[in-house]
Design a protein around this ligand. Sequence first.
Ligand code: AMP
Ligand code: MG
Length: 496
Amino acid sequence: MINFVFKNRYLTLGEGFYEKCKPTPVAQPGLIIFNNELAAELGVDASSLDEAMLAGVFSGNVIHESCEPLAMAYAGHQFGGFNPQLGDGRAIYLGEIDLDDGGSLDVQLKGSGPTRYSRNGDGRAALGPVLREYLLSEAMHKMDVPTTRALAAVTTGEEVPREKLSPGGIITRVASSFIRVGSFEYFARQGDDLSVKKLADYVIERNYPEVIEAQNPYLALFEVVVLGQAKLIAKWMQLGFIHGVMNTDNMSIAGETIDYGPCAFMDFYNHKQVYSSIDRQGRYAYDNQANIGVWNLSRLAECLLILFSDDPDEAVKLAQDVLQNYINSYADEWLSGFRAKCGLTAAEGITPQDDKVLLELLLDTMAESRADFTLTFYYLSQLDADSSDKDTNLRHLFTKPETIDVWLVKWRERLSMESLSNEVRQTNMQSVNPVYIPRNHQIEAVIRAAEDRNDFAPFHALHAVLQNPFQYQEDKDHYMQPPEPQEVVQQTFCGT
Ligand code: AMP
Ligand code: MG
């Protein structure tokens, strides 16, 4: 048996917070992939474990003796409208595993059967979304973006009715916390102040023990959560990532990317890009993500006001100041991240506004020419400051190459204020500009092979490339390429 030792502090919060609930066994679990690297971080030595045993554990068919599984209660604003009752409808929380560094991580199965919160859903997941989440979340981790991680994926040997009958899958996710903004909303909307406080105390103890020392620990908690989101969303922007369903129930209190539903990385740059089939108004479009961040965090503030101060006016004022910090922190993170992508530092004599104008001009130029987001920055990372000899690859991405020539002149002028050699700057730039991202059309091909032909080789091949996203890999140029016109994925789906 796998040597997990689960503990479950969440259980001690009391019954209003969850329903104890076991995974529903599946017919024929089969292991697709097990993440040895993450398992080692969790203190699991997987070398002696066989596939059938792992498939049993990560399908929920076999429950570890130290595990008391449960489904968490939460609410959430979905596309701006409040839903008082969401909760883990197809996920089951297994518990918490201690790490060597004193922290701990939470483990959850997704697709493991119905719970009290399933409403009309079947509690299951189709194989396609499981493979998608595995690839995307692990790629995000390798690109240094805070995220839930994937420990295992299994097939179930059962079919789930979606648009058609699809093979079923289960993913095991690992997170610093599965508490969401919507977890606080669940209690706040019921006027249950005591439970809001209990949840805040639990989050502080689990994730942010440093704020206990602060003069106003709950305000300090709000501050760290806000800062985490500003950093996270700035990172998404720097990779062309569109979450797609930034509902408050999908915003983690731990500042990690969570819920890989209709999310996608952009190929051709477009400020307003939307992939999700249900986002008809563009609420969660690429360039609206930072605004939605502050909207969601305002909903969190509303839940926590009672903890900030006994004086309601004072509490609102304190919250507003922190939300203003979000706007400033996001702007700083955006600028420093995009500067790094272009090999720029905060040079003397240059204002943030000067660089913002230059960087936005690059994005506008990309949009006008439908240039590929990832390749633009990757090829830019190869250019010299003092010569245009190597510009060809980059120019080829632009339908109007003369427009990027104009920008490159400005960029080279700006680079003359930097002191690094070409070589050092290029290395720095290549450490933040990935060569490979999980492109939609490639994920689609992986899913088609697995679902239609039971062929997992494309999944493993793409996963292997994405283990080293910043490293050029011989014979893998195919994975760098944007889609051919017939391969373009126009829409993504929640995939439940
Ligand atoms: P999501 O949009 O994926 O974040 O899910 C929103 C809510 O719907 C959550 O409460 C989920 O647990 C629930 N849900 C989504 N898919 C299913 C399903 N197949 N069965 C039961 N509940 C589901
Ligand atoms: Mg969700």
